[in-house]
Ligand binder design. Structure first.
Ligand code: NAP
Ligand code: HSE
Length: 428
């Protein structure tokens, strides 16, 4: 057997501890599969004396992750601290400058600085592995860069934030309002330190931008992702969508069109009976479409200690075996800058509003839609105790711009009791 591969792990939280456990528990199998022992040389975290339920005394300790990244006794710097900037970015840059390979679970870092980091890594033939950064334990980066490498990818879509899927499916299953389930998710430790990253769609947007870069051979461009979170979804939306045969999901879609790269992460309605509609709790699902392979559906745990550490170790094992591909599947220097395009593909929409209950109110709304060229597929008015009547309209396919125009015109009808909520119905 050849020399061991030596890891320096910065961050001993949920994922870092998961990685240490795998290295400790599966040492013999890892050595056989990699053809060399996989060892931890040094670790770093903020609180040295914190009880992490692990034996760490065999490893050198560094208070400073940058110092860890530069140690001469490590081969791979494993960044598991998080954050787009600060110590994660500084230590990753230091590791690359010191000639180390890098493995990270940090989607924020790569979504914002991935291209620059990839250029730096590839200049000297180093790797940056980030399987764990997208959809936790689901091997989606490998699927795109390896298994589907011979395809022209036509579309990438999926549910990539487990916390949002938990909130939406729990609202649906227990009939609870958003605020109550949000508190429940916080108590369960599901939310990121800044919950807006989850419920605002930002975390999932980071992941979508990374997948789009690989799928379409473009520089990662998170700023171009059209983002909308789940904060405005009410229990009434969930119920009424179910009534029409749909589920609400925070869904990401990326596709290359003649006008440029469309990337959007937003709440969508999907058929309740579809695989995405059936996705429960904190699970993730990624759908990849290739011109040769057709549609591939990957489902699994998108977060948590075991699944995320498993993905980190997949990258470590590749490096241990001497397999170092380009970070985004093709040389970073050859990645084109994407021309961003806003979503123009027509789709049916779900439209919820409250109308003053007086003669002609519904007719006025129907007229506004008709004048904008939007045809109504289905319409329901629900029984109510309030003066305002809850009304639900499902449109035929239309463009978002036409719908926005119609919603603007509705404000002038004098019959709206609340601002309409529009949610795209995605064909999956
Ligand atoms: P976490 O539980 O909050 O752990 C973060 C770790 O980083 C802690 O051990 C912390 O030290 C250490 N740390 C923070 N700032 C540091 C600094 N300045 N110097 C040294 N150490 C520092 O986070 P996590 O959930 O494991 O997530 C780690 C990364 O994986 C993030 O990028 C996250 O987005 C990503 N990720 C997480 C999951 C998941 O399920 N949790 C899934 C996919 C990807 P102390 O322990 O001493 O405070
Ligand atoms: N906050 C993320 C989620 C963690 O809920 O999916 C995994 O990236």
């Amino acid at each position: 057997m050849t020399d061991p591969i030596r890891l320096g792990i910065a961050g001993l939280g949920t994922v870092g501890c998961g990685v240490v456990k795998i290295v400790q528990r599966h040492a013999a199998a890892l050595a056989l599969r990699a053809g060399r022992p996989v060892e931890i040389a040094a670790v770093s975290a903020r609180a040295r004396n914190k009880d992490r339920g692990l034996r760490l005394d065999a490893y050198a300790w560094e208070d400073d992750p940058v110092a860890l990244a530069r140690r001469s006794d490590i081969d791979v710097f494993v960044e598991l601290m998080g954050g787009a900037d600060g110590p994660a970015r500084a230590a990753t840059q230091a590791a690359l400058a010191a000639g180390k390979d890098v493995v990270t679970a940090n989607k924020a870092l790569l979504a914002l600085h991935g291209h620059t980091l990839a250029l730096a890594a590839e200049e000297n033939g180093q790797a940056i592995g980030f399987e764990a950064a997208v959809a936790g334990g689901i091997p989606v980066i490998k699927a795109l860069t390896e298994s589907l490498a011979a395809n022209r990818i036509t579309r990438v879509m999926g549910v990539m934030n487990g916390t949002c899927n938990y909130i939406l499916t729990r609202m649906q299953g227990a009939g609870l309002p958003y605020e109550e389930v949000f508190r429940e998710a916080a108590a369960l430790g599901y939310l990121e330190a800044d919950p807006a990253l989850d419920v605002g769609g930002i975390d999932a947007g980071h992941k979508l931008a990374l997948l789009a870069a690989i799928a379409f051979g473009t520089q990662v461009d998170f700023a171009a992702v059209e983002l909308e979170g789940i904060e405005r979804i009410t229990i009434d939306d969930i119920r009424q969508a179910a009534d029409m045969g749909f589920r609400i999901k925070l869904l990401g879609v990326a596709q290359m069109t003649g006008r440029g790269l469309e990337q959007r992460m937003s709440p969508c309605l999907v058929p309740a009976s579809s695989p995405l509609g059936q996705l429960e709790d904190a699970m993730n699902m990624v759908v990849l479409e290739g011109d040769a392979a057709g549609q591939i559906v990957l489902r699994g745990a998108g977060a948590g200690e075991g699944p995320t550490a498993s993905a980190v170790m997949a990258d470590v094992m590749d490096i241990a075996r001497g397999r170092r591909g380009p970070v985004f599947g093709q040389p970073a220097a050859a990645l084109a800058q994407a021309r961003p395009a806003s979503s123009s593909v027509p789709a049916p929409y779900y439209l919820r509003m409250a109308l003053l209950d007086k003669p002609g109110a519904l007719a006025r709304i129907a007229t506004v839609l008709g004048e904008a060229g939007i045809s109504i597929d289905r319409m329901r008015q629900y029984g109510h105790d309030d003066p305002a009547a809850p009304v639900l309209i499902v449109t035929h396919k239309t463009r978002r711009a036409a719908l926005n125009e119609a919603i603007g015109a509705m404000a002038g009808t004098g019959v709206l009791a609340s601002e309409p909520v529009a949610i795209r119905i995605e064909e999956v």
